[in-house]
Design a protein around this ligand. Structure first.
Ligand SMILES: [Zn+2]
Length: 394
């Protein structure tokens, strides 16, 4: 299978380190409801994992929940709820939405707050090796100590310090924090602020910074090197660049992840779907109107790396595809078997080409039409078999 690697900006032959593919995908920050952008990311990686397994690999999949974070604490204060209760509520809601979309749960679903001892161990090692420094109860990663910092940023065109700083600041890097030596330095351990929850550490009470949890969790459950690290496209910088830098200097193993895979952003009315713009399409609402298969078909009819604009026409087309597949199911029945190696090979060729689900769906649609026209239960059975690889439940 060829997979696009964000780090090298090229299609590369995907071969795992050993017979088990180790994959880590950044999870949610549980303070708001799940929207179509989340669904695009998690359905895309769910499809990738299903396809890797179909191709004969074993897969170990880890995803995190950022259950302690500025956003969680702010939202909890706003609505007068305990931060951990808010986290549990929104995590449960996310899992319910993903279950409804037939997204299989990861092998490990890890919470940042369960990872504090491992986080502290890594931060201590980074301080000892000079890549991080303590300042007034906080610990920061020192970007100037790391000439390799930002390989992922350069890969996506953020080639100099100024452009990196601009994007980092848009993602909560607090450039004016007087405790930092350099504006681009990022926090590994955050000193306790009044009224905030805290854990004991060698630097006093505090909580982990955003990026460090993913290094700690992925290494804990998957080892020091990953085969695939995934997430939404907005995480490449700073989140994944920071994760990569701290992980590689902690383990000495480069690269931290052999493949970096990112999903495109979903737009609504020409704007990126985001909480701050208030243009979210919530999964809970979509599920009241459409079946899980319809929603999955909409998502898979867009290539996972491409940004796309959500429109109602997409849902209409997906419903037509779903209805056609249901007619194939009626033709074939539940127990019929059949194989069409040509269709199977063409499906695999599409999926082996950087998981080209739009082409794979087109193939299945054409074959379904043919099966219905010819009353061909053999082709029909093959179509239905391949829809299961895409996680559809026709
Ligand atoms: Zn992450």
């Amino acid at each position: 299978m060829k997979l696009f690697n964000t780090l090298t900006q090229s299609l590369e032959e995907f071969v795992p380190l050993d017979d088990t593919v180790r994959i880590y995908v950044c999870g949610i920050t549980p303070y708001d409801t799940t929207h179509l952008g989340h669904a695009f990311t998690y359905v895309s990686f769910d499809t990738l994992i299903r396809y890797l397994e179909y191709s004969g690999y074993k897969v170990r999949y880890v995803q995190n929940v950022t259950d302690i974070d500025d956003d969680v604490l702010r939202k909890a204060r706003e609505i007068g709820m305990e931060w951990d209760e808010l986290g549990r509520r929104e995590t449960a809601r996310f899992l319910r939405d993903m279950d409804a979309l037939n997204v299989r749960r990861p092998d490990v679903y890890a919470k940042a707050t369960d990872e504090i001892p491992n986080i502290i161990t890594i931060v201590q090692a980074l301080v000892a090796s000079g890549y991080a420094y303590e300042s007034e109860g906080c610990v920061f990663y020192s970007v100037k100590q790391d000439p390799d910092f930002g390989a992922l940023a350069r890969a996506i065109g953020l080639c100099d310090y100024t452009s990196m700083l601009k994007v980092a600041n848009e993602h909560g890097n607090y450039p004016d924090d007087k405790r930092k030596r350099d504006a681009l330095d990022f926090v590994l351990w955050q000193a306790q602020a009044p009224g905030e929850p805290a854990w004991d550490s060698p630097w006093g009470p505090g909580r982990p910074g955003w990026h460090i949890e993913c290094s700690a969790m992925s290494m804990h459950y998957l080892g020091e090197q990953l085969d695939i690290h995934g997430g939404g496209g907005d995480l490449v910088f700073p989140h994944h660049a920071c994760e990569s830098a701290q992980s590689e200097h902690y383990t000495g193993k480069v690269p931290f992840s052999r493949f970096w895979a990112h999903t495109g952003m979903v737009y609504k009315d020409s704007e990126k779907m985001s909480k701050s713009l208030g243009n979210l399409i919530l999964i809970g609402n979509l599920l009241k109107e459409y079946s899980a298969d319809t929603i999955r078909i909409v998502l898979q009819s867009h290539h996972y790396r491409e940004p796309w604009e959500c429109c109602t026409e997409d849902f209409k087309v997906a419903q037509e595809t779903e209805e056609m597949l249901q007619r194939v199911r009626f033709l074939v029945g539940r127990n019929a078997s059949g194989e069409d190696s040509m269709l199977r090979n063409r499906f695999k060729a599409a999926m082996d080409n950087d998981m080209d689900t739009p082409s794979a769906l087109n193939l299945l649609g054409e074959a379904a039409e043919e099966a219905l026209a010819q009353h061909d239960t053999c082709v029909g059975a093959e179509v239905l078999h391949l829809t299961t690889v895409l996680g559809l439940c026709v």
